[in-house]
Ligand binder design. Structure first.
Ligand code: PLP
Length: 426
């Protein structure tokens, strides 16, 4: 049909993370409601990946829509250098109340990658402004922090970054502290700090769950030990909570699981409830103060045209209202419990391994003879299977994960489980 969205799309569009020659036709979505999306032929899908991890309260939420539309008629945008406005101020005030206590300032940008870029610049310039030469950054193996060049540099080198490898700055990778290698990671970090004495500016990490790297999980206790070591060695700690923020791990922020507080935190994805693009980077007073000077050269020279867009900030405020509602917090607890129970069931299936669960996120690997990369051949088959059964699940290679919006009903989550179990029926 030449008037279908799918057909018109193919004439003019280029999609993200998509090999346009071989990819299946994109599904034309015309409407969203709660955890459902509806395509142009009227077919309904359960959004089991929260539309790339951003949607936390369901689609087209009437409360967010109402607040955003009121704001649109009041003030749509204003330059954020030299000017300010209520939604930006209020969102910062309210976030700082619920973030780790040491966080004291909010710097707005546009998405997760830019939030990471700002964090890296803050950390490097923090030392530069004090005349201290510390330029190296420690990262986890398999980490993912975004697609801009700085964010790619601190992410794992992979097929995604191969074409650009010579343009990316060097970082030091440490192994992920999974249970069996906890001590190894700790000693590796200590050794790295010893070998690069006084040269390490920062450690950037995804707390508790490494998302795009394959939903790899590790525990809060180990992360806490790593942060203690970093603090003892004057290494700044940057928590990339772009994916884990806003309830994903069962608490409001993954950092709430640890006594140690990071120096810098990156947020985006769930920040606006999945309504609009917005990112932000928060920092402690210590970081902020290193930029205060009569010397203009110590300024943080970073900004985007749409920095602190009032509509996006308003969506953030509305999403925060919904997030903190008692009913929503109960839903988060219910999903955590439901996922944990299903994880137990999955552990009895022989074709599955590495079943893992942190908060509302459940992941497992499907056993395969191929090397377990993103390009694993099972991936497309699984994606098609779920799509044809009205469920959006987007495997990362042979890793399947469920990351639903918090409004998902118990019944819909059970329907996803049922379809997964069907796959492994003998
Ligand atoms: C998605 C993601 C990013 C990048 O965010 P974008 O908004 O896609 O640029 C950065 N860090 C983590 C942990 C992410 O999951």
């Amino acid at each position: 049909m030449s008037d279908s969205l799918t057909f018109r799309d193919k004439q003019v569009l280029w999609h993200p993370y998509t090999q346009m020659k071989t990819a299946r036709d994109p599904v034309g979505i015309v409407r969203g409601q709660g955890s459902y999306l509806f395509d142009e032929h009227g077919k309904r899908y359960i959004d089991a990946v929260s539309s790339w991890w951003v949607n936390i309260h369901g689609h087209s939420h009437p409360y967010i829509a109402q607040k955003v539309s009121e704001q649109l008629l009041r003030l749509e945008h204003v330059i954020f250098a030299g000017f300010t406005h209520e939604p930006a101020v209020q969102l910062a005030e309210r976030l700082l109340k619920i973030l780790p206590k040491n966080q004291s300032k909010v710097f707005y940008s546009d998405n997760g990658s830019t939030a990471v870029e700002v964090a890296i610049k803050m950390a490097i310039q923090f030392w530069h402004n004090q005349g201290i030469k510390k330029e190296k950054i420690i990262v986890f193996e398999n980490s993912y922090h975004g697609d801009t060049f700085g964010a790619m540099s601190v992410s794992a080198r992979s097929a995604f970054t191969a074409a650009f490898s010579s343009y990316l700055f060097d970082v030091i990778s440490i192994p992920l502290p999974k249970k069996e290698v906890k001590e190894k990671t700790i000693s590796f970090l200590k050794q790295t700090l010893g070998e690069n004495k006084d040269q390490i500016a920062a450690f950037i990490f995804e707390p508790l769950v490494l998302g795009a790297g394959g939903m790899l999980m590790y525990n809060a206790d180990t992360l806490n030990s790593l942060l203690e070591i970093c603090k003892d060695n004057d290494v700044l700690c940057i928590a990339d909570e772009v994916m884990t923020g806003f309830g994903r791990t069962g608490k409001l922020f993954a950092c709430n699981h640890l006594p140690q507080e990071p120096d810098i935190i990156c947020l985006s994805k769930g920040l606006t409830g999945g309504t609009m693009a917005l990112g932000l980077t928060t920092c402690s007073e210590k970081i902020y103060e290193a930029f205060l000077s009569d010397d203009r050269l110590k300024t943080l020279f970073h900004g985007h045209s749409y920095t602190a867009n009032p509509i996006a900030c308003t969506a953030g405020l509305a999403s925060l209202d919904l997030l903190l509602e008692e009913n929503n917090l109960k839903n988060i607890d219910r999903i955590c419990a439901q996922q944990t129970r299903f994880a137990e069931q999955l552990r009895t299936i022989v074709k599955i391994e590495n079943v893992r669960c942190t908060g509302t996120i459940l992941a497992f690997d499907i056993k395969t003879n191929e090397n377990t990369s993103y390009f694993n051949s099972q991936r497309d088959r699984l994606y098609e299977y779920f799509l044809s059964n009205g469920i959006i699940l987007r495997p990362l290679g042979n890793t399947l994960y469920i990351m639903p919006p918090y409004c998902i009903s118990q019944t819909d989550l059970e329907e996803i489980y049922r379809q997964i179990l069907n796959l492994f029926k003998e």
